[in-house]
Write a protein that binds this ligand. Structure first.
Ligand code: ARG
Length: 398
């Protein structure tokens, strides 16, 4: 009998997918739920729900530390913000989920993997291109897309089969969340003039509420967060703690219209307090420690890196090569950044590093100046020489 490994979230669509795949594809379904730090989810309850929906096996993989170290940290080091804003929350988790699906397929002798994505989003591409990269001979079935489900059909099917899914309080939104942040779409948000309401948010408090600001010192070693306020943390611990502290100050909310890979513009609400605070801190430490030309070039690389990851190309040759470049830039990114968290913003208020390229003597306008200003005269003369020559020519020919 065909065996299918299903990426299981515990929600309506993937729960309905279990009996549906069993009948339609005549398959045994193995449910795999990957814990990437989605807040508030009871993973053991999810595991049992898959079994009551008819899965022959159901497993939960705790991938939180792995997600932090191998997916969030590279995104942090790239300052990966799609369209200059979105920190790639969902895009980062898909390749990791696929790694675990592929491992489960090998362990259980499955030849097919399945996911709950529709045909309108980015996640189908991220899942399937990652499968193609890691296990090119596995085939993929996506019931919500390939059998043209609607939400109503899924609800009707769940009711008909008596699946243990409470559809009465099923959310009108499509949500995805993990350690790096949370995404909310659909429902009344599809009218792009509608303002988001406070009830959409789970990781962040209202940024406009009156409260005292919080101050945190983030220490990095070679671009990896290693301590908060002097206490050693793992990458997972750093992100978790900053989600809490920056989230309490309303940091990291986003409301944007986004260009999807499939060509659709969509309205998305995000909250990513830890990610936004960490990127602000890391970027400032690079400003202090990374040489100018390298920093300029890295900005281009980071942008391209983010686009590749957004577009589902985590496991691709170009992404692999850019990873090596970014890793090389992190050699001197060691030091501490002080952040003030308040009013929805993470603001850098101090920086220090033994690897600093900031030279007080060169920078100061007070006594103790070591910068030889007489050198600047000739430098500027030569710097402007091509422009002057061209300007004279243009005046002549005008
Ligand atoms: N638009 C975002 C992205 O493509 C978020 C997708 C969230 N997924 C979901 N099923 N709601 O990365």
């Amino acid at each position: 009998m065909t065996r299918v490994v299903l990426a299981y979230s515990g929600g309506l669509d993937t729960s309905v997918a279990i009996p549906y795949l069993a009948e339609r594809v005549d398959a045994e379904v193995i449910a795999v739920a990957v814990d990437v730090g989605q807040r508030g989810e009871q993973m053991e309850a999810i595991r049992r729900r898959a079994l009551s929906c008819g899965a022959v096996e159901s497993e939960v993989v705790d991938a939180r530390a792995e997600f932090a170290a191998n997916f969030c940290v590279p995104a942090l080091q790239a300052h990966a913000l799609y369209m200059d804003r979105y920190p790639l929350v969902s895009a980062l988790s898909r390749p990791l989920i696929v790694q675990h699906l592929v491992a489960a397929a090998a362990a259980h002798g499955a030849t097919v993997v399945s996911h709950g994505c529709t045909g309108k989003g980015n996640d189908q591409a991220r899942f399937e291109v990652s499968v193609a990269a890691l296990a090119p001979d596995l085939s993929v079935v996506a019931p919500a897309r390939d059998f043209a489900w609607t939400r109503d059909k899924a609800i009707a099917f769940a009711a008909e089969r008596g699946l243990p899914i409470d559809v009465s309080n099923a959310s009108p939104y499509s949500m995805d969340q993990n350690l790096w942040g949370r995404a909310v779409e659909t429902g009344f948000l599809e009218d792009v003039w509608n303002a988001p309401t406070e009830d959409l948010y789970e990781y962040t408090a209202d940024p406009s509420a009156q409260r005292a600001a919080d101050e945190v010192v983030v220490a990095f070693e070679k671009g990896v967060p290693v301590a908060l306020d002097g206490h050693h943390v793992t990458p997972y611990g750093a992100i978790l703690e900053l989600n809490r502290r920056a989230g309490a100050q309303g940091v990291g909310r986003l409301d944007m219209v986004e260009d999807r890979l499939v060509g659709i513009k969509s309205r998305e609400i995000y909250e990513a307090p830890g990610a936004i605070a960490l990127i602000a801190a890391h970027a400032e430490l690079e400003a202090l420690t990374v040489e100018r030309d390298l920093a300029r070039f890295k900005r281009t690389v980071g942008q391209r890196w983010g686009e590749l990851v957004y577009d589902g190309l985590w496991f691709s040759p170009l992404k692999h090569a850019l990873d090596a470049f970014i890793a090389d830039t992190q050699q001197q990114v060691t030091g501490e950044i002080r952040l003030s968290l308040g009013g929805g913003r993470a603001v850098v208020t101090g920086r220090r590093s033994d690897a600093s390229l900031y030279d007080y003597g060169l920078a100061t306008y007070d006594s103790g100046d070591t910068f030889d200003q007489s050198l600047a005269k000739g430098f500027v003369e030569l710097w402007g020489m091509p422009t002057r020559i061209a300007a004279r020519r243009d005046q002549r020919s005008a």
